[in-house]
Design a protein around this ligand. Structure first.
Ligand code: DX5
Ligand code: ZN
Length: 216
């Protein structure tokens, strides 16, 4: 199980320390949420903050683009050091081309789907997706409640991936905490994103460990 703390929930006044905490923890990736105020009703952060994170981070950067027409900015985020670059299915008119482009740059290609989007929408393209991100909240804000129907979507995604014999990892993003992590792992999740659960806990490193150590 890979754990990706979402920096959106970090204290930006001490960003460097927060990044060092993630470096020293059992976390696997840094999850960076990019919001444009168009695709989602919120604006997060951009280039200067990503540069600052990249300078300190010693683990892969998992960049989640919640922006309209992400093709305009793929090069920017690739050049900023994305190891995983995730676009939204709902924001792409030519998803096949977008994924081909990301992969051609040696970056892992992710596709996120909103809670209302069916997993089956990705059936014809699943073999091109390195990371399938199931949004378990409506994207735009941290600290929201986990949507229960995600469990069923996770089961569907897992069987779609198994049936097509591809190596796509399933990532769950939104409202993840110790209370749902073990069930998510049982159902086949590979990556858990967690923002507020990690950064608002008294001991963030321990919180990360508690997600990592859920038993099957
Ligand atoms: C939501 C973002 C998430 C968010 C998760 O739009 O994509 O990555 O930061 O935050 P929590 O874990 O607080 O739901
Ligand atoms: Zn995210």
């Amino acid at each position: 199980m890979l754990i990706a703390p979402s920096i959106l929930a970090a204290d930006f006044g001490k960003l460097k320390q927060e990044c060092m905490m993630v470096n020293e923890s059992k976390a696997d990736w840094f999850h960076l949420d990019i919001m444009d105020g168009m695709f989602v009703p919120n604006i997060s952060f951009g280039t200067p903050i990503i540069k600052a994170i990249a300078k300190t981070a010693t683990k892969p950067l998992d960049i989640h683009l919640m922006i309209v027409n992400p093709d305009r900015y793929l090069d920017l985020f690739i050049n900023l050091g994305a190891d995983v670059l995730t676009v939204h299915y709902e924001a792409c008119n030519h998803l096949h081309r977008t994924l081909e482009y990301i992969k051609s740059k040696g970056v892992k290609a992710g596709v996120a789907i909103n809670p209302h989007t069916n997993v089956s929408s990705l059936e014809s393209i699943i073999d091109m997706i390195d990371i399938l991100c199931l949004m378990s909240v409506n994207p735009g804000f941290g600290g929201q409640k986990f949507i229960q129907s995600t469990y069923e979507k996770l089961t569907q995604a897992k069987s779609m991936i198994d049936n097509s014999f591809c190596r796509t990892l399933i990532e769950i993003d939104g409202g993840v905490s110790f209370t749902n992590a073990s069930r998510l792992q049982e159902l086949g999740a590979d990556v858990l994103v967690a923002g507020s659960y990690v950064f608002s806990s008294k001991d963030p490193r321990l919180a990360i460990e508690s997600l990592k150590n859920t038993h099957r």
